[in-house]
Design a protein. Structure first.
Length: 469
């Protein structure tokens, strides 16, 4: 063919090097189903408004479904001369149908077609990620129930701080993931507005019915400004931001569990099935899955950065730069989906080394804050109580005593006469845990209430799993 496909404007064909540089088929072919779904909805609408006859519409629909089957079966040839998935599918349709195929592109442009396909793809991917988040939440709640009786040292600055129930710890991640899910739902709501019919940038003079297309494709509404929507990639940036938050949540958790599975911590036992060995050190058992979950967050941050820089300074409306939106979007979804799946595998397979944790719970004065609060409850000003208990801790350290409970009644009373024998009721980790009471705290009753809330919210079967593990 002289010139370019479907163009009367050009006398010469495109330079091969330009084709190779500008193609997007190598990565946007994964939009083929979404493109075909969009085209079928578009064709049906064209028929209703009289721009296609019922026969033409039927032929187009059948042709598109055949093309879909060919692509799915791997019988479809992708070539560099046809820039993207949209041109491939349309060209194949024209090969099948001739003039009827040449009518499909009525009242649309690739600019609105691309963003429609991408939105449909992102919407599905977003729903998959939501499902994966829910599965991970379930695994975490299940662990919370399995470890309901286990007490952990809680850390701030990675220094021992106060005791927390293991269930409280697991539910902390459930909450973080719940915020991620709610952010995804927000993104989905803003994304779910139909671009198709915006055409190149200004709309069309043809009598189309955009609402009908929106209904057919499950969009909640029709974009009210054609200039805006044909160049809108906010949804891609926003979604990848949420994916970045998910990746960051997973990376923090992975880091923690890498530490917890060291000899030094000894809190966690990871099953062989998720660990790897060393080629030289026969004894090694490495938590590579967790390290890669931590490491892959870098890619997602990279995708977000790419998209943010990509849209910076773009004038209205479509600019070819926008073709660069797809790879980072796909990569971010692929990475986060894989990480979420593996995170659930790790959570399901890991168990706390309850005895190792319990052995050293007496270290680090985890009950000091509760003892201070005991004094506050007796009317001692907080600053004073803080000082009194701080001095007791200092005294213990100087004398090599591990626990505040190792001090005698006389020594406690000497520090403050209000520290009577009943103060022992909050000493020791088990007592300290029982002393908590505020909403959202690690108090057993509070944690049980939260566990019950999540159990019903995630439709898990009632009845706690046995403690320990
Ligand atoms: N392949 C391009 C993309 O994915 C579509 C180009 C649409 N419009 C244009 N005028 N070149 O963004």
């Amino acid at each position: 063919m002289a010139g370019k496909p479907w163009s009367g404007r050009f006398a010469d064909r495109t330079d091969r090097r330009v084709e190779a540089f500008t193609e997007s088929i190598s990565f946007d072919r994964r939009l083929f189903q979404q493109d075909i779904r969009g085209s079928i909805a578009h064709a049906r609408m064209l028929q209703t408004v009289g721009l296609l006859t019922p026969e033409e519409c039927q032929q187009i629909e059948r042709g598109l479904l055949e093309i879909q089957a060919e692509i799915e079966a791997g019988h479809f040839a992708f070539v560099q001369e046809r820039e993207d998935v949209h041109m491939h599918i349309e060209a194949a349709l024209i090969e099948k149908l001739g003039d009827t195929g040449r009518k499909l592109h009525t009242a649309r442009s690739r600019n609105d077609q691309v963003v429609t396909g991408l939105k449909l793809w992102a919407r599905e991917a977003l729903d998959r990620v939501d499902g994966a988040l829910e599965r991970l939440q379930r695994a975490l709640v299940d662990s919370a129930r399995r470890h309901r009786e286990v007490v952990l040292p809680g850390y701030t600055h990675l220094q021992r701080a106060q005791p927390v129930l293991a269930a409280h710890y697991f539910l902390a991640y459930v909450e973080k993931l719940e915020r991620d899910r709610s952010r995804l739902a927000d993104c989905r709501r803003r994304l779910n507005v139909l671009p198709l019919g915006a055409a190149a940038l200004a709309g069309t003079s043809l009598p189309i019915d955009r609402q009908a297309v929106a209904d057919a494709l499950g969009f909640d509404g029709v974009a009210a400004n054609s200039l805006d929507v044909s160049s809108d990639r906010d949804f891609a940036v926003e979604t990848v931001f949420v994916l970045t938050m998910i990746a960051e949540h997973l990376a923090g958790w992975a880091e923690e569990w890498i530490l917890w599975s060291t000899q030094e911590f000894g809190f966690l036992a990871l099953p062989d099935a998720i660990c790897t060995g060393s080629s030289i050190m026969p004894q090694k058992k490495n938590p590579d899955v967790l390290e890669l979950i931590r490491g892959r967050s870098a890619r997602v941050v990279g995708s977000l950065t790419t998209l943010l820089v990509l849209i910076k300074g773009l004038p209205m409306a479509y600019n070819r730069d926008l073709q660069e939106d797809k790879e980072p979007l796909f990569a971010a979804f692929d990475t986060v989906e894989a990480c979420l799946e593996l995170a659930a595998v790790v959570v399901e397979g890991a168990s706390f080394r309850v005895d190792r944790i319990a052995e050293r719970l007496d270290e680090g004065f985890l009950d000091a804050t509760t003892l201070m609060e005991h004094l506050i409850a007796l009317g001692v000003p907080q600053r004073t109580a803080h000082e009194v208990i701080g001095k007791l801790v200092g005294q213990c350290e100087r004398r090599g005593l591990k626990r505040l409970a190792d001090l005698t009644d006389a020594e406690l009373a000497e520090a403050d006469p209000r520290l009577g024998p009943e103060a022992r009721g909050v000493l020791g980790v088990a007592n300290a845990i029982r002393a908590f009471r505020s909403y959202g705290s690690t108090a057993p009753a509070e944690v049980d209430a939260q566990l019950a809330r999540w159990t019903s919210r995630l439709h898990l079967a009632e009845g706690a799993s046995p403690a320990g593990g």
